[in-house]
Design a protein around this ligand. Sequence first.
Ligand code: SF4
Ligand code: FES
Length: 371
Amino acid sequence: MSLPRTEIPAPLGLLAELTHRCPLHCPYCSNPVELERRSGELDTGTWTRVLSEAAALGVLQVHLSGGEPTARRDLEEIVAHCADVGLYSNLITAGVNLSRERLAALADAGLDHVQLSIQGPEAATNDLVAGLTGAFDQKMALAGHVRDLGLPLTVNSVIHRHNIDQVQQVIELALRLGAHRLEIAHAQYYGWALRNRAALMPRRAQVEAAMATLEAARSELKGRLVIDAVVPDYYASLPKPCMGGWGLRSLNVTPAGKVLPCHAAETIPGLSFETVRDRPLAEIWYEGAAFQAFRGTDWMAEPCRSCERREVDWGGCRCQALAIAGDAGKTDPACHKSPHHAELLALAEADSDRAPADFAYRGFATAKADA
Ligand code: SF4
Ligand code: FES
């Protein structure tokens, strides 16, 4: 049974995946394993229409993402349009191939915020994980330009076995760069990260030490640096409210215009996704079958159905339920009440006990895309 339109809130955020092109090759990239080629990307006019539709729908924040969004030559136009229609724009960038002049042009166009990813707190780790020599130095230069231009800066770092023992250095780096916010997100094992799980999974003791470091820094740096942390599901006992609830808070538009409830939704068999080329964004949000599939609580089976947390975490993550339990309609195995919970922990322990595997770096050559 689907939720009636009057009970569906407007989305707050839209992740605009402008392109899958990217100079980096992070092995935990949130893009699908089947990457979209440039020839399939939406054009400027379609993106500006979609952004107008998003603003009319009630979206407040647009995260301009990718791949690497600065690979789009029309990014200034897209940013300017966000400002015109009253959307707060956040540029999510790898900080490579982005000159001071171009950043200044984006700021002039109305860019509100920059989120810079770092793969490690020094060049050796960063460039190994990113799969690009020299990437760290370019990121450091970009952070300086962001600061000089007076734009607010968030540093984002995905944590895994290759950098989890460097969390303290990541915090110190964020402070040195003048970041307002630091996001420490443990790798989430879908898509590329699932493919690389054996190369990425940390040990439980490493996770616990990292969380303790973060907690201590959070209270010590209160008022100077906001620290957000995404805990690693495989060692958790309760799941995260993935996406703030399926179809309740945010939506993704892929480079080709498909509208998704989350970045990994295309892994779920049986769901079909509509595109902004064919239907207005609001109709897809309110009526699209994929959005209705797991919205609210009616779709839930036990143990979620009668659980007091069902409107707190919304049953966790559908994509993780699919990846581990084989059914997106089941309880997220990160939950201690899931019959698959022990399996999740066993997978984590087995992977983290092994010698680290080589990365399958993200890229068109290693993707399944054939175009
Ligand atoms: Fe959340 Fe379902 Fe676990 Fe309850 S049983 S805590 S609703 S995932
Ligand atoms: Fe798809 Fe969590 S990533 S619901």
